[in-house]
Design a protein around this ligand. Structure first.
Ligand code: HDD
Length: 679
């Protein structure tokens, strides 16, 4: 991106420009600006003598290096981010006075960080886990952070249990294993002994926990928040992000293989899409409930283990966010960004969800150790785009030079400024909810149903999704060593579905659950990924070509590209191939550098007599087949598919004529995965 584009961007981009530095072509200096004559040898007493204390250049360089790392996030350490913009479809003045949700002519800069939860900063990305989906809106009224996940409910109901949950989920303390995985004893022991986790565990064992891409997952604010309008009237709200490309997942075997072959799979996918101009898009959705209707549901709307079924409370799509710019520097932006659910603007307020209330403490607190003090709001990525003034002063790494004599309120020496702003002129006033109660430590009666919505989720799954859940439970519990914990989990999930719990009990040699099946028969079709948007756009096809390339292949790839499908050629050697019709194909990958698991589909053209080549090609195809991926074959590739006995299977497309093949293959790619296949 040219410097010009960077400067001409939105208000956040313009602000960031002041901090960008380009070292290329410049003279090497110390941090004091001193030009350095030499940077390879430390200052020594004699050619073979000891290094001298006097060597300020060495000391400065080494000291800085020694302190390059900061503590990783206690959760969500592994993440990747991008800049974007939010545009509003229609004014929401009826519900909220938030400026950025009122004025459709405004474009609000955003910064989004996606993450896994459990793994360390360098861990693999396609692990089974919830994904963080944290958005910072740089509004003209201050920063608004929507710090959500790709799962709409949470494991616990009260923030006081968060340290326990995270201790159980993270690698076990005595041997720091396993990394970035919930398949171990302490996590499942926590689950069985904290049964409010049932609903989120169902999501975590479902395909939602192994997304195909950050671009193809939903985001949820999870908690019930409040929107407050100009007249002070409030509505309860849940926030959603709906990916324009639909919600799609990997299969577990594929996800595990990608973890080894490309641990950066998700960030690479996001980075490359933005570089290619295939900007990820998400629509902002709101579910709104009038305050009067607070008690009209069979669950408590303050309970973060509950979702509002979309069929009961429709999601109103109110705007779109487009991620259109990669970061310049991962540490400065992605690592130093500090989110906080308590960063709100007038018109957005909280509910009494006890999980949310605790989060309102934790996020600023964690930045103090992670970012080293109370001035992290001054870091370029965290600065609001509107002015900010108060009497807070000093502290580690203070950048602002506050002028003048006065740093207190109230004062007369500075005419009592900086001064509060009345509500009518945009000052933030907390929603005046009437609260009346005794101080107690207990769970509300209305928070005690842990299983109905877990069963609702189960009932909403299609057959293949149910099978994936059974497999996931069997895998995870199969890794648990304690027989007692295994049995407790079987008994617990017998309350959700006898079919589910019996299947994994058999797989792990536990006693199947006793008792009655759940009486919940309700389902919510919106929860099944089979009902999501299907699109061929941005899908990556691995194209296997030999040393001789038949005519038409370049044309076929061009036609696929017109539907947004990207073909990348794989062969035994890199280089260019010239097709029979004179067109040229660039080989981007070899059988050594690529693997079927990093593609959405495989297309075999053939063009080699070599037995090793054919063996490699057939391995690609068979693996893609086992992962239910679309497979195409033309030319000699058709024969290879026949020999592998794949022809005629769902999602396997072969053909001679270019047009039919392109159309059928594009349709097969849109389907994402062909579950009705015999594997
Ligand atoms: Fe949290 C980070 C999302 C419950 C305490 N959380 C963090 C991030 C996301 C979430 C997306 C990463 C932000 C980033 O990319 O920098 N957290 C959630 C959701 C929750 C949730 C959706 C439940 C609805 N979190 C939660 C609780 C607590 C925390 C109950 C503690 C009381 N979360 C933190 C934290 C983190 C964090 C320790 C680690 C790094 C950070 O905040 O900045 O404060």
């Amino acid at each position: 991106m040219s410097d010009q584009n960077k400067v001409n961007g939105n208000s956040k981009n313009v602000q960031l420009e002041q901090y960008r530095a380009d070292d290329k072509g410049k003279k090497l200096t110390t941090n004091q600006g001193l030009k350095v004559a030499e940077d390879e040898f430390s200052l020594k007493a004699g050619e073979r003598g000891p290094t001298l204390m006097e060597d300020f250049h060495f000391r400065e360089k080494m000291t800085h290096f020694d302190h390059e790392r900061i503590p990783e996030r206690i959760v969500h350490a592994r993440g990747f981010a991008a800049h974007g913009e939010f545009e509003l479809y229609e004014s929401l003045g009826e519900f909220t006075k938030a400026n950025f949700l009122n004025d459709t002519s405004k474009t609000t800069p955003t910064f989004v960080r996606f993450s896994t939860v459990a793994g360390s900063r360098g861990s693999a990305e396609t692990v089974r886990d919830a994904r963080g989906f944290a958005t910072k809106f740089y509004t003209e009224e201050g920063n608004y952070d929507l710090v959500g996940n790709n799962i709409p409910v949470f494991f616990i109901q009260d923030a006081i249990k968060f340290p326990d949950l995270v201790h159980a989920l993270k690698p076990e303390p005595h041997n720091e294993m396993p990394q970035a995985a919930s398949a171990h004893d302490t996590f499942w022991d926590f689950v069985a002994n904290n049964q409010e986790s049932a609903h989120m565990v169902m999501w975590a064992m479902s395909d939602r926990a192994i997304p195909r891409s950050f671009r193809m997952m939903e985001g949820f604010g999870v908690h019930t928040f409040r929107l407050v309008n100009d007249e002070g009237k409030a509505h309860f709200v849940k926030f959603h992000w709906k990916p324009v490309l639909g919600t799609h997942s990997l299969v577990w075997d594929e996800a595990q293989k990608i973890s080894g072959k490309d641990p950066d799979f998700h960030r690479r996918d996001l980075w490359e899409s933005i570089e290619n101009g295939d900007y990820p898009e998400y629509e902002l959705g709101l579910q709104i409930i009038a305050e009067e209707d607070e008690f009209n549901f069979d669950f408590d709307i303050l309970d973060p283990t509950k979702l509002w079924p979309e069929e009961d409370v429709p999601v109103k799509l109110v705007g779109k966010m487009t991620l259109n710019r990669n970061v310049d520097n991962v540490f400065a932006e992605t690592e130093q960004v500090a989110f906080h659910p308590g960063h709100v603007v007038p018109g957005i307020d909280f509910s009494n969800d006890p999980l949310l209330q605790g989060r309102l403490f934790s996020y600023t607190d964690t930045q103090l150790s992670r970012l080293g003090g109370p001035n992290f709001h001054e870091l370029p990525i965290n600065r609001p785009v509107c002015p900010f003034h108060n009497n807070q002063r000093d502290g580690i790494s203070r950048h602002t030079i506050n002028r003048g004599q006065v740093s207190y309120h109230k004062n007369s020496l500075a005419a009592n400024t900086p001064s509060p702003t009345p509500e009518a002129e945009g000052g933030y006033v907390h929603y005046q909810e009437k609260v009346d109660g005794r101080k107690i430590r207990s769970r509300s009666e209305s928070f005690k149903d842990h299983f109905s919505q877990a069963t609702l989720f189960w009932n909403s799954m299609s057959e293949p999704e149910k099978q994936h859940l059974k497999n996931a439970f069997s895998f995870e519990l199969g890794k648990v060593k304690s027989k007692s914990v295994q049995q407790q989990v079987v008994d617990m999930f017998g309350n959700v579905s006898l079919e589910l719990a019996t299947t994994f009990a058999e797989a792990i040699d536990a006693v199947p659950p006793q008792g009655e099946d759940s009486s919940v028969t309700k389902s919510s079709p919106a929860l099944s990924q089979l009902n999501t948007v299907k699109s061929p756009k941005t899908r990556k096809v691995g194209v296997i070509v030999g040393s001789t390339v038949s005519s038409e292949v370049a044309e076929i790839l061009q036609s696929l590209k017109e539907s947004g499908i990207q073909g990348e050629c794989i062969s035994d050697k890199l280089g260019k191939r010239t097709a029979g019709d004179g067109s040229e194909l660039e080989i981007m990958h070899t059988f050594l550098t690529a693997t079927s698991v990093i593609f959405d589909a495989i297309y075999v053209v053939g063009g080699s007599e070599d037995a090793t080549f054919k063996k490699n090609a057939v391995h690609f195809v068979n693996e893609a087949f086992a992962h239910f991926k679309p497979i195409g074959g033309t030319h000699e590739g058709q024969q290879w598919l026949k020999e592998a006995e794949l022809t005629g299977q769902p999602g396997v497309v072969s053909g001679d004529g270019k047009d039919d093949f392109v159309q059928n293959f594009t349709e097969a790619i849109s389907v994402h995965r062909h579950w009705n296949r015999q594997v």
